[in-house]
Design a protein around this ligand. Structure first.
Ligand code: GLN
Length: 278
C-alpha cells in the first residue's frame, strides 16, 4: 500500500518549496480527517483508496497554483474558522493585526461598528466575537461575498447585520457608528506583474486592484462616508498599501480627521492608518 504523505511531497516538490508543502500537508490531513496529527505520525498515515483519490485531486489543483484555502474551502483568521471561495479574498495575517489594533484601542462595550467591503466577513466577525456587546454592521457590493460572510457569522455564532452596498454608489444613512473599518482594494494595477500566480489567477480582482491614477479611490470615498456616519469621537481604521502611508494620512488630515496615526505590520511595512473625528 502506498504511503500518502511521501507521495504528496514527491508530487509537489518541483512546484513549491518544502516548508510550503509541509503546510499544505497539515491542512490536507486536517481537512480529510477533521483532526490534527502529531508530526511524527503523519509520514506513516495510510489512507483508503477513496481518500487517496480525493488527495490526488487536491494535488492536481495545487499544481495549478490554486490556493489551498480555496481547495479545502476554509481558513483560519484570528483563531476563528472561516469558509472561503473565489468570491472572497483569503483573509491575510496583516488584517489580523488590524483587528488586534482595534480591539486594543477600543476596550468598551456596546460599540457600533461598520466594516466596509467585508468580503468573507473576517474583520466584522472577529470584532463581533471579541468586543463586548458590539453592534456590528458590514457592507459589501458582492452578493457572493455577502452569502459567504453570512455563513461565516453563523459558523462563528455571532450577530452581524449585512447589507449589499456599493460604496461608490449610494449608501444607507440611518445609523451613526463609533468605528468604521475597511480593508478596501489597494493593490496597484502596476503591481500585478510582481504578484504570485496563486493570487492573480484565483482571488477576486475586484477586491484587490485599483488604477494607479486613482490609488486612494476607496480611501477618499470611505473617509467621506465616515465624515457623515461617525459619531463625534468616532474612529476610522484602514488597512493600506505599504507604499501609500503618507498619502493616506495626508488625505485624512485634509478631510479634518485628527490624531491620524500610521502603524506598521509585523514585517515592518506601513500597513494601517487610524484617524479620529471630533
Ligand atoms: N493584502 C492583499 C494582498 O497583498 C491585498 C488586500 C487588499 O487589496 N485590500 O494581496
Amino acid at each position: 500500500m502506498r504511503r500518502t504523505i511521501p507521495y504528496i511531497k514527491e508530487s509537489l516538490k518541483t512546484y513549491y518549496p518544502e516548508n510550503e508543502i509541509s503546510g499544505f500537508i497539515r491542512i490536507i490531513i486536517e481537512h480529510i480527517s477533521h483532526k490534527p496529527y502529531p508530526q511524527a505520525y503523519i509520514d506513516h498515515l495510510i489512507f483508503s483508496c477513496e481518500t487517496n483519490v480525493q488527495i490526488e485531486s487536491i494535488i492536481e489543483r495545487l499544481k495549478q497554483y490554486e490556493p489551498i484555502q480555496y481547495i479545502v474551502g476554509e481558513t483560519e483568521f484570528f483563531g476563528l474558522p472561516f469558509s472561503v471561495n473565489s468570491d472572497t479574498l483569503i483573509p491575510r495575517p496583516e488584517t489580523e493585526e488590524l483587528v488586534e489594533l482595534i480591539i486594543n484601542e477600543n476596550n468598551k462595550s456596546g460599540l457600533k461598528i461598520l466594516d466596509i467591503g467585508t468580503g468573507s466577513g473576517a474583520i466584522a466577525i472577529a470584532l463581533a466575537k471579541h468586543l463586548n456587546r458590539a453592534d456590528v454592521f458590514a457592507w459589501d457590493f458582492s452578493q457572493g461575498a455577502l452569502d459567504m460572510a453570512k455563513h461565516n457569522a453563523e459558523r462563528n455564532n455571532v450577530q452581524v447585520e449585512f447589507n449589499k452596498v456599493d460604496v461608490l454608489d449610494d449608501y444607507p444613512k440611518d445609523i451613526k457608528y463609533d468605528i468604521i473599518v475597511s480593508n478596501p482594494p489597494y493593490v496597484l494595477e502596476s503591481e500585478k506583474n510582481v504578484m504570485e500566480q496563486n493570487v492573480l489567477a484565483y482571488e477576486p480582482h475586484s477586491a484587490l486592484f485599483v488604477p494607479d491614477a486613482d490609488a486612494l479611490l476607496f480611501y477618499n470615498r470611505i473617509a467621506d462616508i465616515a465624515l457623515d456616519a461617525l459619531r463625534p469621537g468616532g474612529k476610522l481604521y484602514f488597512e493600506i498599501n505599504q507604499v501609500k502611508g503618507d498619502e493616506t494620512m495626508e488625505a485624512l488630515r485634509k478631510k479634518g480627521f485628527k490624531e491620524v496615526v500610521l502603524f506598521k505590520d509585523l514585517s515592518k511595512n506601513d500597513r494601517m492608518v487610524r484617524g479620529v473625528l471630533f
